[in-house]
Design a protein around this ligand. Structure first.
Ligand code: SF4
Ligand code: SF4
Length: 306
């Protein structure tokens, strides 16, 4: 591959080396992988214009990529709003996006479902992001050579086949490999769906009383605007979706169990992961075990409260 070429060939040899953290997922995927990952819903905000300070710290190419990702977040239905004096300062226009968040193994630097022989443990139902790598759906469709180039920069020493005998991946900047094209379609549709879901949640502005106190989605968004990110355990998030469903406003395509089932499944998973950590007697796993215990506490408290 020539530097900056808009035509790239590629073959994944399934070495598992780029599965070095948990995958990015959508809210829909979060509910299809409840027995595999400890989950949170996550709100993230970013400026719609890459700040000057960021441009000064990074290369022009990096800043341009950041701007493309921000434009794409708006294009795919992220919520446009303004800073309320948090990390980005006053007056900056922001875009807030909702997604699922699969929690990983910070002490292992590998995806939690990667098996000991470096195979994906959920290959047939792996998230879209794992299907379109080395592309990136948050980069415009006709600029995928830039996303792939970035991946190659990060994973250049791994066993990917970039030779001209590998199948065509990108032609004139656009991904042409059919399974990846389909994964892009799914990821785009999920992203737009999560944008609509966030809008529905804010329109209803639900407020719930739970074991964690009074919580509302707008508080959650306010927190995100102040600190860049806000997360909420999946069982609590599901209580909001249960309410949305009872108002007939849960968008189509979300196969969401009721919150008690979600809490129970996450409890089972947390207990299994804690047991594994304790059995392995790995000191580096302590913070992971503490995180799991906190999720266990939240889920059990919810079930006791209701
Ligand atoms: S879900 Fe599978 S393909 Fe995706 S990062 Fe994890 S192990 Fe890799
Ligand atoms: S590093 Fe390359 S070859 Fe290895 S799993 Fe990732 S994409 Fe495939």
């Amino acid at each position: 591959m020539l530097a900056n070429s808009r035509d790239i060939n590629f073959l994944c040899t399934a070495c598992g080396k780029c599965c070095d953290s948990q995958p990015q997922i959508s809210v829909r995927e979060m509910y299809s992988l409840l027995d595999d990952f400890v989950m949170e819903a996550s709100l993230i905000c970013q400026p719609t214009t890459v700040p000057e300070a960021f441009r000064r710290r990074h290369t022009p190419a990096h800043a341009a990529m950041g701007q493309m990702v921000a434009n794409r977040a708006v294009e795919l239905g992220g919520l446009k709003t303004h800073s309320i004096g948090g990390v980005f300062g006053y007056g900056k226009e922001l875009v807030v996006t909702l997604a699922g968040n699969a929690l990983g193994y910070p002490h292992k630097r590998r995806c939690p479902v990667l098996t000991s022989d470096n195979k994906c443990g959920i290959y047939d139902r792996r998230p879209a992001t794992c299907r379109y790598i080395p592309g990136q759906h948050l980069v415009p469709m006709d600029q995928q050579h830039l996303a792939v180039g970035k991946f190659r920069e990060l994973h250049g020493k791994e066993r990917c086949d970039w030779s001209s005998s590998a199948p065509a991946l990108v032609r004139d900047g656009v991904i042409v490999e059919p399974t990846m094209t389909e994964a892009f379609r799914v990821a785009e549709s999920d992203e737009r769906g999560d944008g609509l879901l966030l809008q529905s949640l804010l329109d209803e502005d639900l407020c719930l009383t739970s074991s964690e106190g009074e919580i509302s989605i707008s508080d959650f968004v306010t927190q995100c605007l102040q600190t860049h990110e806000a997360t909420i355990p999946v069982a609590i998030f599901t209580m909001f979706l249960d309410d949305l469903r009872s108002h007939g406003r849960l968008p189509k395509g979300y196969d969401v169990p009721y919150f008690k089932e979600v809490a129970q499944r996450q409890i089972t998973l947390c207990l299994a992961l804690i047991e594994t950590n304790l059995r392995e007697k790995d000191k580096a796993a302590r913070s992971h075990t503490e995180m799991l215990r906190e999720h266990l506490r939240v889920n059990k408290a919810l079930l006791d409260f209701h």
